[in-house]
Write a protein that binds this ligand. Structure first.
Ligand code: ZN
Ligand code: ZN
Length: 1015
């Protein structure tokens, strides 16, 4: 047995423990009321439920019935058997409670096809209950309802109902416990899951639905109720063919990538001919009874596959033909070898395939800039490295072809989330590239990384005499607060030290390791906005909201084109528009240098790539606003450099991606990789037999969700403490080899509780203090958007590298959506989800935080009173299996007049700063200066409005209203400019719609509410 198998066993064991704790299977005596203790398996008295008058919702929160809904074959009548089982708890005089033996009875059922409700077995069940309880009064029945489905098929709902009275003279508790029902001897016709459209890839059949429970089918076709619904996802296998996989180790590819590239292409072609051929699809059409639509869908997918194969073939050819590309590609593999530092040693086939398919965007960017490529690995694993491989190749190719400095890629996250782990990976990759660049003596600036994020996390600038609360260059404690990297990207040591370097005016990461290969004092990693403008790092990583700065910050021009020049003082970097405090345009305070010319062709400054992480989050207002800013960036870069950048994006979903890409980027969308011919099997990945994530749906009965979460955390923490204290005993019980105990404690010792609202997270934290008692202290922390930067950093660090002693580690993390992106920690494998998140995309993203490398267990606590949670509970297995298909379409438009009203000022002012001011060669910072410029240059409102309209692609009749707004805005802007009596000081004052947006986040707060497809 290996550790992975042992971990699977532990997951089984923990799941079993929770089930048993929820129902009370192992208890026979109690000092407390059972009604307040158990959350599974119980049934309330029907009379009590009716008396509550909560309707259907109450029936879900504290159900009086459990059962199965199905469509029988044939027209009826139907005869079958129902086996019902239940227990009761009886209070003795002394106050303690005793559980009765199980009452189990099989009842023969004969149902007539006429619509209606019939009871069965009441007398028998009452009598049997009286025997086990020792007194009469408890009652139950099998209730069968006959109805018709929407397409007129007969449908049976078979229930075990607790018919006991609300109160009883002797029995203090008239609930039934450990209830279950089994139906046998009845042939069933599966439902088709109506919530989803047909697809040749997916199976929509549902055998039966549970009522207040799940349903399992036994081998003998018996259907049984189960108290939790379990759905497993298997870990993907990245190579499942009989042929040996090509040698994709970095070390081999660094020597010669051609054999592996050819090898992969050959197998891909052969596989495609087998699985995507007309003959194969025709065969499936017959055997799987496809509709015409499904067959057409399959034909389109086959064409996509052929196109993907063509692109890979082109990549192979380019590698063979273009010796510079070949050299850059080999150097990239060396760089990845360096940056992986022994953690992994090569590419997975899909990663290598992606790289080959996208080499065209490195060597022929013009033909590729009209396409946005979406990286979509539903199965996860190595997405960041995949596009890092492409960016490193592009950066090296840039250096080899005369782009000696400037930005190659700007990568943006949509949220206020600061993905420190992602940033570290970017830094590691670029350090690898830099290491290789030096060794191979490739000319140009060192490769570098910039961290460009909004608000508070890192400074916009360091002033000589800062205002109170701003970073103070004279404060020795200041630099520490802004540490971003945890490890030196060059020597991989935890040897980072922060310092403020007055000479170069840099807030620097430094490495204290004398043996480090980086020769300079300050690492090539920039975290202050102004330093990023000064040095234009090879890769800029940050949050999307920074895009808005281009309207206020002349130096943002460096993200779309060339700076104004360089400062003559070494180490000061690029210069931009002169301003009062910086007359030569150098951003270093008090600089006395002068402007020196650029040493590179200005058109090569524009970034080759803009990356967007978590594309699906760019929706609603944020998406609409971003669409305008993307258009602005494209237009500026096109004007300054003659080319738009390539867009690369990652998304959690493919629902509606074509339209979204069109709205956001005005580009054609393309996805890599094309999904396989079935959900479980494709060329690039196939389900393995290893458990990746087990999802367990829990609908607490009769008690609150708060209480249930407390109990589950208590149980999980108790179990893991048993494993620490008595490993022999636990390993024996879970059938695990004892030698894995310590590793399992590390992998399963920390629970994540995921809350959708701050209120839920606060509730978790409160109960962790008071309700979760397991003998020793439970160490807790939060990971939410309101936690300070330093807190997040140190919490992630503790999670990634836990303390030696179990008692000192973090045991429970209460997290919000802040952690649902970019947190990648192998030790997080147990998650309790407090209610279903607002969107399916978030559900997928969040649960992907656990089970990244080891089997994960996700306990999905349904707020079962809610309609949405209840509907997901009903189809939980399919919800997990189809995953992405349940994602709500992404609402986004660029045709909103309200949005244009918010963005127009920013678009207009950005044009002034990025285009007109440099053309003018002198500041346009005041209305007077702008007026002089406009008069001299003949700039007019119509031309400016036309430029923006073109950027936004406002053309058709649908765009007329926006076009009119735009013209009118410029008319008023120019009228204000020319107004001799105007009191306007700055160009932004001239805007008829107020100042430009400070951050794209300004609109982000409005949380969207969706309808969902399950209902
Ligand atoms: Zn170092
Ligand atoms: Zn200077």
């Amino acid at each position: 047995m290996d550790l992975y198998r042992a971990a699977e066993k532990l997951v089984d064991w923990l799941e079993g423990k929770l089930l048993v704790a929820g129902r009370g299977d192992e208890l026979t005596e109690l000092d407390v009321e059972p009604a307040g203790k158990f959350w599974l398996g119980r049934l309330a008295s029907e009379e009590a439920v009716i008396a509550l008058r909560w309707g259907e919702r109450g029936e879900r929160i504290d159900p009086c019935a459990v059962g199965i809904r199905l469509t029988p074959t044939g027209a009826g009548p139907w005869s079958f058997q129902v086996r019902a089982s239940a227990r009761a708890w009886v209070q003795a005089k002394g106050g303690s409670w005793t559980k009765t033996p199980a009452m189990t009875e099989t009842i023969a059922i004969d149902v007539d096809p006429a619509i209606g409700t019939t009871s069965f077995g009441t007398e028998t069940l009452e009598r049997k209950l009286a025997v086990v309880v020792g007194t009469t009064g408890l009652s139950a029945e099998i209730r069968v309802e006959v109805s018709r489905t929407a397409n007129r098929k007969p449908e049976l709902t078979i229930l075990l109902v607790n018919r006991s009275p609300r109160t009883h003279a002797v029995l203090k508790d008239t609930n039934l416990y450990e209830c279950s029902l089994a139906v046998s001897g009845l042939a069933v016709e599966p439902y088709q899951l109506e919530a989803l459209p047909d697809s040749f890839r997916y199976d929509r059949r549902v055998l039966a639905y549970g009522i207040n429970c799940g349903v399992d089918a036994r081998e003998d076709a018996t259907l049984v109720t189960v108290d939790t619904v379990t759905a497993d996802r298997e870990r993907p296998l990245y190579w499942s063919l009989d042929d040996p996989a090509p040698d994709l180790r970095f070390v081999s590819l660094a020597a010669d990538p051609i054999p592996a590239a050819r090898g992969l292409l050959a197998v891909l072609a052969e596989w495609g001919a087998q699985h995507w051929s007309e003959a194969s699809l025709d065969r499936r059409t017959r055997s799987e009874d496809w509709s015409l639509e499904m067959r057409e869908g399959a034909a389109r997918a086959a064409a996509d596959f052929a196109e993907e194969q063509r692109r890979i073939a082109l990549g192979v050819e380019q590698l063979q033909r273009d010796s510079t590309l070949n050299r850059a590609f080999r150097a990239m593999n060396r760089a990845m070898l360096f940056s992986a530092n022994g953690k992994y040693d090569g590419w997975r086939p899909f990663q290598f395939g992606f790289l080959l398919a996208n080499l065209a965007s490195v060597v022929d960017p013009d033909s590729e800039s009209g396409i946005a490529d979406i990286v979509w690995f539903a199965t996860g694993g190595g997405k960041t490295e995949t596009y890092l491989g492409l960016i490193v190749t592009a950066a090296l190719y840039d250096r080899m072809t005369g782009k000696s400095g400037g930005i190659t890629a700007w990568s943006r996250f949509p949220l206020r989330m600061l993905s420190l782990q992602q940033t570290q990976r970017f830094a590691n990759a670029m350090a690898g590239a830099e290491f290789v660049r030096r060794e191979e003596k490739i000319p140009g600036d060192p490769f570098s990384v910039g961290f460009l994020v909004g608000q508070a996390a890192t400074p916009n600038r360091i002033d000589e005499d800062p205002e109170h609360g701003k970073p103070d260059p004279d404060d020795d404690e200041m630099p520490k607060a802004f540490q971003v990297l945890l490890r030196c990207p060059f020597c991989h040591g935890e040897t980072i030290e922060m310092a403020f370097d007055r000479r170069f005016w840099r807030l620097a990461h430094r490495c204290t390791n004398d043996a480090c290969s980086w020769p300079e004092e300050n690492l090539p990693f920039y975290i202050v906005d102004e330093e990023i403008y000064r040095f234009l790092p090879t890769v800029v990583v940050g949050t999307l909201d920074k895009a808005a700065s281009i309207a206020m910050q002349a130096a943002m021009r460096g993200l779309v084109g060339a700076p104004w020049g360089k400062c003559s003082v070494p180490g000061h970097g690029y210069i931009y528009a002169p301003r009062g405090k910086r007359p030569n345009g150098c951003l270093v305070p008090g600089c006395r240098g002068s402007a020196a010319p650029l040493d590179m062709d200005p058109v090569r400054f524009g970034p080759s790539f803009r990356l967007q992480d978590e594309l699906h989050l760019l929706k609603d207002s944020l998406g609409a606003v971003d669409a305008h800013y993307e258009a602005l960036y494209d237009a500026l870069q096109l004007e300054l450099c003659g080319r738009r950048p390539k867009i690369l994006a990652s998304s959690a979903t493919l629902t509606g991606y074509e339209k979204q890409v069109d709205v956001l980027y005005r580009r054609t969308a393309r996805v890599f990789p094309v999904q396989g011919p079935t959900a479980a099997r494709g060329f690039w990945s196939t389900d393995s037999d290893q458990l990746m994530r087990r999802f367990v749906a829990i609908a607490p009965r009769g008690v609150t969700i708060e209480y249930t979460v407390d109990r589950i955390l208590t149980e999980l923490q108790t179990c893991i403490r048993r494993l620490v204290e008595a490993p022999e005993e636990v390993c024996r019980s879970a059938v695990i080899d004892r030698r894995f105990a310590a590793d399992l404690v590390s992998l399963y010792g920390t629970n994540v509780v995921y809350g959708n609202t701050i209120r839920d997270i606060d509730a978790v934290m409160r109960s962790l203090e008071t309700q979760v008692r397991v003998g020793t202290a439970v160490n807790t922390t939060t990971l939410t958007g309101r936690d300070p930067f330093e807190h997040v950093r140190s919490a992630l660090e503790r999670l990634e590298r836990p303390e030696q002693a179990f008692d000192e580690r973090l045991h429970v993390v209460a997290a919000s959506s802040m952690m649902s992106h970019g947190v990648d920690i192998d030790r997080l494998n147990l998650m309790v989800m407090w209610g279903i998140p607002l969107t399916t995309a978030e559900f997928i993203q969040t649960t992907a935080r656990v089970g990244r490398r080891w089997p994960g267990l996700v306990l999905v606590m349904h707020k079962i009173g809610r309609e949405r949670d209840a509907s997901i509970y009903r189809s939980f297995g399919k919800y997990i299996e189809h995953g992405d298909r349940f994602v709500e379409p992404i609402p986004v438009t660029r045709r909103s007049r309200r949005v244009l009203e918010r963005t127009i000022a920013g678009l207009a002012l950005a044009r002034i700063q990025a285009i007109h001011e440099p053309a003018h060669g002198a500041p346009l910072t005041t209305v007077a200066r702008l007026r002089t410029f406009v008069e001299a240059s003949g700039l007019d409102p119509a031309t400016e409005a036309e430029a923006i309209a073109e950027a936004l692609h406002l053309a058709g009749p649908m765009d007329e209203p926006l076009r009119r707004d735009l013209d009118e805005w410029y008319e008023r802007f120019f009228r204000n400019l020319r107004d001799p009596g105007g009191t306007y000081r700055f160009p932004s004052d001239l805007s008829p719609t107020g100042s430009p947006m400070l951050s794209l986040r300004d609109v982000e707060e409005q949380a969207p509410v969706y309808g969902d497809r399950l209902r």
